[in-house]
Design a protein around this ligand. Structure first.
Ligand code: NAD
Length: 298
């Protein structure tokens, strides 16, 4: 028996992209500025290639100047840093995204910190992380995935989460930690859990809002979830799925969707939930960067 509402991230992301497209056209019309997004990908990780293709396609749909730099897997660190320096100094580029993970010989931290904070549309630079942690989100680029999750939560229960318990599963720099900062800033009472947490199911059971960002297929079950809770599934896991007797590779989240839907109030599906929102938030950050570079309000 399904009781939960399916949160349609795909539709919400499309709505957001439409409004970004309109604002982009107005920016070009009124100020002659086209937001520019540069995506840097090193190597041939198939999942990364799909993500980069989707980002480029959405950037073009929004009317952005969109550039992709595809570097060989054995590119030297100095050459990656040289490219980032060029992009930092290119006035046609307002957002620089380095697709992660990088090949093992590259220093991921050195590369992400080389992106100038004003073009760091992924929100990975320490300056932007610091601003987010200090509650200065109006000044910061907020990482796209947690920013998208917050919009979906706000749509369900509003932007003020006073009195709500939120549990974040996962403590990565990309999702878990910034997600916790945003929830805290929205006045939620936040618990961050991770691989060393004891009695995870029991902790999750106290949550009005659950955000799962782990990378373990179907981990969160119905009997972990408080009736009526909002469950946001960030996980993207490639698994074998059998549909009509045919077995294929497909995507599944960290939440056992059908099971959790019997208890929760609202759940994001995978695919079609957080993923598309992440891409639209990247476009929103790039548009914002272009406006700020032109001295306009964000
Ligand atoms: P990560 O590997 O950096 O972090 C995973 C976190 O899960 C860690 O903090 C770890 O402590 C925690 N964890 C591992 N096993 C656990 C367990 N048994 N119980 C509780 N916690 C456990 O991953 P990440 O980059 O944060 O990504 C998490 C998932 O989200 C992945 O599936 C990734 O593909 C997906 N993701 C999706 C998007 C999107 O746009 N939808 C964006 C980023 C990441």
């Amino acid at each position: 028996m399904t009781v939960a509402k399916r949160i349609d991230g795909k539709a919400k992301a499309a709505e957001l992209a439409e409004s970004i497209t309109r604002e982009t056209a107005a920016l070009l019309d009124e100020h002659g500025i086209k937001p520019g997004l540069a995506v840097v990908i090193v190597g041939e990780d198939p999942a990364s290639q799909v993500y980069v293709r989707n980002k480029k396609r959405t950037a073009e749909t929004c009317g952005f100047h969109s550039v992709q730099h595809t570097l060989a897997a054995d590119t030297a660190q100095a050459d990656v840093l040289r490219l980032i320096d060029e992009l930092n100094n290119n006035d046609a580029i307002h957002g620089i995204l380095v697709q992660l993970p990088l090949p093992g010989h590259l220093d991921e931290q050195a590369v992400t910190q080389a992106v100038t904070p004003s073009k760091d549309v992924d929100g990975f630079h320490f300056i932007n992380i610091g601003k987010l942690t200090a509650g200065r989100t109006a000044d910061a680029f907020v990482p796209c995935t947690p920013a998208g999750c917050m919009l979906m939560i706000a749509d369900e229960i509003g932007g003020d989460l006073s009195g709500k318990n939120a549990v974040v599963i996962g403590r990565s720099n990309i999702v878990g930690k910034p997600m916790a900062s945003l929830l805290l800033q929205a006045n939620a009472t936040v618990t961050v859990t991770h691989s060393r947490t004891r009695d995870l199911a029991q902790v999750v059971a106290g949550a009005d809002i659950v955000v799962a960002a782990v990378g373990r297929p179907d981990m969160v079950k119905a009997d972990w979830v408080k009736p009526g809770a909002i469950v946001i599934d960030v996980g993207i896991n490639r698994v074998e799925k059998t549909v009509d007797g045919e077995t294929k590779m497909g995507l599944t989240g960290d939440v056992d969707y059908d099971d959790v839907c019997t208890v929760a109030g609202a759940v994001t599906p995978v695919p079609g939930g957080v993923g598309p929102m992440t891409i639209s938030m990247l476009m929103a950050n790039t548009l914002r960067s272009a406006r700020l570079a032109a001295g306009l309000e964000a």
